[in-house]
Unconditional design. Structure first.
Length: 488
């Protein structure tokens, strides 16, 4: 490797030009990146539940989830409230990507063929039909839902934004939860916005913290900017490659930038420390670079290799998004190793020899060296205390393992005081919620479910299901038959 690093320092402009060209190529593909926070990425293809879900979609249609527009008033059947519901319904119907809209306004249009019902008649008839209770309107008549059914090929993010634009025109700014939208598509859209925001802020703050740490360690801009520039180039390569192959960013892969910044800075720090050490020993600048990089090259390669192997083990995971995280993390770590071992020596060779000192102006060692020496002395002088205290900490940490809970419900990704979380609780309080469980009943016998005996069994099953903790209501074909009897 000695000859390799000597060649890098001699041909530094050419090396940097090649790296710049590759970086520009990958930077061009950054614009192709897109964010996908859908639950589909969390599904395992070979699971029986996934096959049942695919069969359900083929038999009953696309199941992306509906958007619920929730509207509150003292009485949703009052003329003013009903007029507002009608305007909201018409506005939502006009949007692209929406298959149909169901609301109190559409119910009146569909059921009152002769347009003879008053709003009192509508209220009475709606509450007579169990199928509408806590679906379309709450039992107290103060909350109603406008169900927005989406097209299969709709762009969920743009549709959710269009719905929000309509709601914004009718919403009282002092009462944000008097009119809002909720549902699986809305949660996915909000996760996308949060992911975009985090991608803009988290890497920046991680890089800023690392800059401060490097500046404190090396006490010069060279020692701080060179490693961070190398890490930044590796980020462009990694995410540019993701854009090139059409990969999407998810709630999991968005961790990669911060991961690469943390790991990459640590590796670069060792390289810069070896360079500084050799610079203090040798008078010729380029020789110091070559000697420092040659000495630290093998440990850096081995450390990177073990880290890559560790992340590569996640490729065996059956969840798609976890495999993608493993693949692109490994790729990013490889890119980072290549860039560290080429970019850093090339840049250093073009800079002037630094004036390094291991003591402050007062003649005392630098604070970080003094701190590390004190820690080392405590470890050497009191080994038993260190072992006992470390063991106790490990035991406490091990006990916490049993308190870990697996949580994949997207709404729980948000803080308790987040507007979406508040809306989620509100809709469960006043209506039937947004997470349905579809129970599919099948029979090989034609007309089996037309039998009165079977229908009574289904109704009995409904009553049983409603008694299960966490279930609000249950609806089946029995409710539709009862509804038809009310409005023949």
């Amino acid at each position: 490797m000695h000859h390799f690093f000597r060649l890098i320092t001699r041909k530094a402009p050419i090396v940097l030009a090649i790296l710049a060209a590759i970086t520009i190529f990958f930077a061009f593909h950054l614009g192709k990146l897109h964010i996908d926070t859908s639950i589909k990425q969390m599904l395992v293809e070979d699971l029986p539940e996934k096959k049942q879900y695919d069969r359900y979609k083929s038999e009953f249609g696309w199941a992306s989830g509906d958007i619920l527009v929730v509207f509150k008033a003292e009485d949703v059947f009052s003329p003013a409230a009903f007029k507002k519901i009608g305007r909201l319904t018409d506005g939502l119907k006009s949007l692209q990507g929406i298959r149909r809209v169901v609301s109190l306004a559409t119910l009146k249009y569909d059921l009152d063929f002769l347009n003879e019902w008053t709003l009192k008649d509508l209220k009475r008839n709606v509450f007579m039909a169990d199928i509408f209770a806590n679906h379309i309107v709450s039992t107290d008549g103060k909350t109603t839902a406008i169900v927005v059914v989406l097209e299969e090929d709709c762009q969920i993010n743009s549709t959710a934004e269009a719905v929000e634009s309509i709601l914004g025109k009718h919403r009282d700014s002092n009462k944000p939860f008097q009119l809002y939208q909720i549902g699986t598509p809305v949660i996915g859209h909000t996760l996308t916005k949060y992911t975009e925001k985090n991608l803009k802020t988290l890497p920046f703050f991680a890089g800023l913290i690392m800059f401060i740490v490097l500046l404190l360690c090396f006490r010069n801009l060279r020692g701080a900017l060179t490693p961070l520039t190398s890490v930044s180039v590796s980020l462009i390569w990694t995410f540019g490659f993701m854009g090139l192959v059409g990969a999407s960013l998810s709630m999991v892969t968005m961790i990669i930038p911060v991961l690469l910044i943390a790991v990459g800075t640590a590796y670069a720090l060792h390289i810069m420390a070896a360079y500084n050490d050799e610079t203090g020993r040798r008078s010729e600048h380029n020789e110091a670079i070559v000697a420092g990089l040659t000495r630290i090259c093998l440990p850096t390669v081995l450390a990177s290799a073990t880290t890559i192997v560790g992340f590569a083990s996640l490729i065996l995971n059956e969840i798609q998004v976890t495999r993608e995280f493993a693949i692109f993390s490994c790729l990013g770590l490889f890119f980072m190793l290549v860039i560290h071992l080429t970019f850093i020596p090339a840049v250093l060779s073009l800079l002037k020899r630094p004036n390094l000192t291991k003591v402050s102006s007062s003649g005392k060692p630098l604070w970080i060296e003094s701190f590390l020496v004190k820690v080392l002395r405590i470890t050497i002088d009191h080994p038993k205390a260190v072992i006992v205290s470390s063991s106790l900490i490990a035991l406490v940490a091990a006990a916490g393992i049993f308190r870990i809970q697996v949580e994949t419900t997207p709404i729980n990704y948000f803080k308790e005081k987040a507007p979406l979380r508040i809306a989620f609780k509100d809709v469960y309080k006043n209506l039937s919620g947004i997470y349905p469980v579809n129970v599919i009943l099948r029979s090989e016998k034609p007309g089996y479910f037309k039998s009165p005996k079977v229908l009574r069994q289904i109704e009995a099953f409904q009553d049983f299901v409603v008694g299960i903790d966490g279930v609000d209501i249950a609806t089946s074909v029995v409710d539709l038959i009862k509804f038809e009897e009310l409005f023949p």
